[in-house]
Design a protein around this ligand. Sequence first.
Ligand code: BGC
Length: 767
Amino acid sequence: MKKLHTLLIILMVFGFLGVNAQVSSSAKSRAENSKMDNFVNTLMKKMTLAEKIGQLNLVTPGGAVTGAVVSKDVDTKIRNGEVGGLFGITGPDKIRKTQEIAVNNFRLHIPLIFGLDVIHGHKTIFPIPLGLSSSWDTTLIKKTARIAANEATADGLSWVFSPMVDIARDPRWGRIAEGAGEDPFLGSQIAKVMIEGYQENNLSKDNTVMACVKHYALYGAAEAGREYNTVDMSKVRMYNEYLPPYKAAVDAGAGSVMTSFNDINGVPATANKWLVTDLLRKQWGFKGFVVTDYTAIPELINHGMGDDMKVTELALNAGVDMDMVGEEYLRHAAQLVKEGKVSEKTIDDACRRILEAKYKLGLFEDPYRYCNDERAKTELMSDANLKAAREVAERCFVLLKNNDQVLPLKKSGTIALIGPLADNKRNMLGTWSVSGDPQKSVTIMQGIKNVVGNSVNILYAKGANISDDTEFIKHVNVFGEEISVDKRSPEEMINEAVETADKADVVVAVLGEAADMTGESSSMSNISLQESQENLLKALVKTGKPVVLVLMNGRPMTLTWENEHVPAILDTWFGGTEAGNAVADVLFGNYNPSGKITASFPRNVGQIPIYYNQFNTGRPFHPGDSPKFKSDYLDVANTPLYPFGYGLSYTTFKYSDISLSNNTLSSNGKITASVNVTNTGTRSGKETVQMYIRDMVGSITRPIKELKGFKQITLEPGETQKVSFTISVNDLKFYNSDLKYVYETGDFKVFIGTNSQDVKEADFKLK
Ligand code: BGC
């Protein structure tokens, strides 16, 4: 009794302290907010309308730009208070000098915000985001954002145009490389940790940056995978499948949001009041500022929304705060206010949001807080960051095939290392690595040497150009010679490669895409290997030597021939600065591959869009069915070549049947679904156990499977571990035809397995 009493007192005291801590932290944030309000109010009272509009202007003096227009007279504009932020420059020195122009010359001394595309690392480059997502390791992904923030702030920046959270189900779209693939659940988890990694819930620190969630919204659903193309989508699909990652990023406290280039059901995102004001601000409660994408306001003219005066009005009234490079606000906003087409309050609100961002970043307190030369010297590409880049990259590679245990390779004998990407620094970093230096990257040749030294004899031949198609090469090489064309003929190169292969025990063929064959403005209608490389690969396979295909790629590719004829395929995406070392670690078994793809690999482009969480249709096709009058193709299977969540290991895992704690779930209860996973191979290995759910009957059609959980375990050979998932109604909710987030009672299936296709299943009822 006495004990119980003491326990109660302890609980009360702790409970009280807990509540008190909450009260005091919210009181603290209220006090901070009111301090910020006072500061911004006082400042805004001093500002003219023109100066307020100046804050809405984001310029770039050049550097890595993605449009035809580059801002002019940047210096004068900054002095006049006609610039709120700037992107495209880095380095504490340059940023300090530019900041000085604003702080010393603009009469109100308002500091600038400095942004940049820091997408998968800043100087230390990590794998492309599609690769990062293949790790399914949110702790690791958060760490990459943290390191990127550390480096970006050490280099003078306060704002990053990341994360890119667009769901993409169309590998023809080059920007599939920049996101987390096709799934809203995984995409949302990744969006959240990226924001946490960048912002750490505290923008006032000198090593956190403001994130910018992009591209809002639905950019990944561009028709036919063609860049900047139309999006037309039902709201139910938007809410259930495409919007969740943006919302997750907003819920995690993202400081800013970037609108997308595409139109949505007839209204371009940058002029879309429903999207920016009603959904983002009113429904989701977003408090930060909204910036356009590059020249997206003047592009509204091409969309057919009106002349430049009209499109400025539309963007402002939609709730878009900052104009990236377009300078339409600067030219027309004052006139629009004068004519009563845009209210002064709209300008005030936009200006306030931008000033608040600067306040939160601590720029008013110290405009040079990110200009620390010491930090730049010690923190950029530090040994620790490079070590992390190597570890991260290893965890992102996906073993697509490994017949007869061709991999891992022996650390002896002779390897024929063949291919235009085998020793190619220029293409190691992949798309959107604007501050990365490809010359500092480790190629696969170098990585192999670093890992196995002289114990392996390496013979090298280029074998083929990345492509032989001259028109195509011109398109890809816009920013430099990513595809270099050898003086020798294709036949000579292949002959040399075959001779080299003949002398070796095993062939490692490093093939795939040049860095800019994915990313912005890199849509492709053919996503197989280029003909030059296909010819090379066929010749290598013909030698009869075991061939390991190491792929470098920014998108799911069509690999039907390769899957049939090449014994081992390792997908390494664009692995970043340390890619070469990481690839070698995996090839020689120092790391047992554990990545799983996050976007389905189609068998051919005719299957696109292809994604696992599709609908059943009224005439579903099941293997073995008579093919007539079923939802299928005459000439290809419905299934992808490699399904979402797929990836092999050097070991094997066996799953038991699912055991459910209860077959009935109540609306306020929980049930547990468990499997035993056993490592049935001979090596220690990491497995991502995936849990999917199907709602069997709904008021609207429901997907045949939806990812609702995943867990990573590492098992020693012979070891078994129980993996359990808790299911509650929260996992069963969806947006119905009234866009209400609901659950519906009835029958459900739960699936647990190693990928979206290879699963165990069990049934339960929601009462
Ligand atoms: C891209 C954005 C990028 C911006 C600034 C645009 O072309 O779509 O993702 O952040 O340029 O570089």
